[in-house]
Design a protein around this ligand. Sequence first.
Ligand code: ZN
Length: 493
Amino acid sequence: MFQKYILENRRNIVSSVCDLITFPSISEETNNSHFPFGKACSDSLKYFLSLASSLGFRTKNVDGYCGFAEFGEGEELIGIIGHLDVVPAKDEDWSYSPFVPTISNNCIYGRGAMDDKGPVIASLYAMKAVMDYLKENNIAIKKRVRLIVGLNEEKDWKCIDYYKKHEEIPTLGFSPDSDFPCIYAEKSVISLQLCEKLSEIQYTLRNRLSMQESQLSIEEIDCNQNAINVVPKFCSVTLFLKDSKYMSELISTCKQTIEECDYDIDLYKIDEHHLKISSYGIASHSAHPELGKNAISKLIIVISHIFSKWHISFPLFEDFCKLIGDDYTGKNMELNIKDESGALTLNPSQLFIKDNKVCISINLRVPVHTKPEEVIEKFKEKFSCEVSVLRIQPALYIEKDNFLVQKLCSIFNEACNSHFEPIAIGGATYARAFPNCICFGMNFPKDKDMCHQADEFVEINKLILSCNIYAKAIYELLQPFDSSSNTTISENG
Ligand SMILES: [Zn+2]
């Protein structure tokens, strides 16, 4: 019933996605009250709101933090939540310019095509198809539908925090910002920090070198400001050697250690007192450490070996090697927990010096039936250094037979003639922003997830199919339904 409108508007849908891609809307927190997340984000929001208003929706710019488009009448509010900010894109990594939308092979290439500008436009036109259908057929509804778009999703969710403080919270809804058919469980996410004073580096006497002469310490660490939810692809540590006459011995110890470990690590002598060791890995999302190679873990292992050969002890690194090392499953800490949402993963994502302390930030994805507090306790028990919690994002867990999960999943399967089951993931999606909200699309099962990747693209046929699926979902959610069949959605932790 919505197919006709969506088919007729295929070109408009494509061109609206392209228009949105042209804004390099990387969220940056500014002090400017007109555009709290930067001008490009603000411009992309203005574009979205004027498009929505031209399609006949009521719109609101929520003080530059976010905005929404709405239709319908009545008390109850159905929410669709997406975002217009994007992650950065490096021109040199792309075959096409990331902010110049390019159509090739029936796909739209550009940053945000899949995360989350394409899905936002698909949702907007889906709303339009439903709104027109209801009008044409004189069908009165007693609910409203609101598409909310944030501008700080890729950073700190300050957009949605602001929305929650100032605007109406939907009774239920979905977020087109992850996977089809739909997601019923998301692991909890813990970010914690292990810190130890540089002064804890201890020197012991060795045969030939006196304690003073052999002094070797960590002077500088650089991991290219790696984000906490990314497996680091680079890290370097600059060592300072007090007595330069031992430099050649240090270099040979380093070379030997690097060879033994067989990691992608190189050595650079800066001057007679400074040696820089750089480690190279492969970046991936924190929820999928198995797809990456952790440059920080490998570097800590190598430095720890070098230290031990020089009879130097640094408890933080020693504990790290013993308890984590190159492992991301938590097995050495008895944290290799698994349930229906998958296995625990851990990612040492940052290494830095602050206030004369060396700190390691670790990002963990914890299965839904495990309490985050238990994991934190384990760290405090096993590590002798200071352990502090940066952030806990509680798990999202909705019974698989919940009304919303079942409804959305069956709408997808009907449209695709498939039999996929709701899924559990390790990521933290926008669906957590509201109660009774789950992720629904727009990545299709078995398709490569292009979010945050170079050459991000959306297939036009799938964009259009998603628009149809969203229209069906909106229409169904607008129908009166028995709320007793809607088992309560619980949050764990
Ligand atoms: Zn997203």
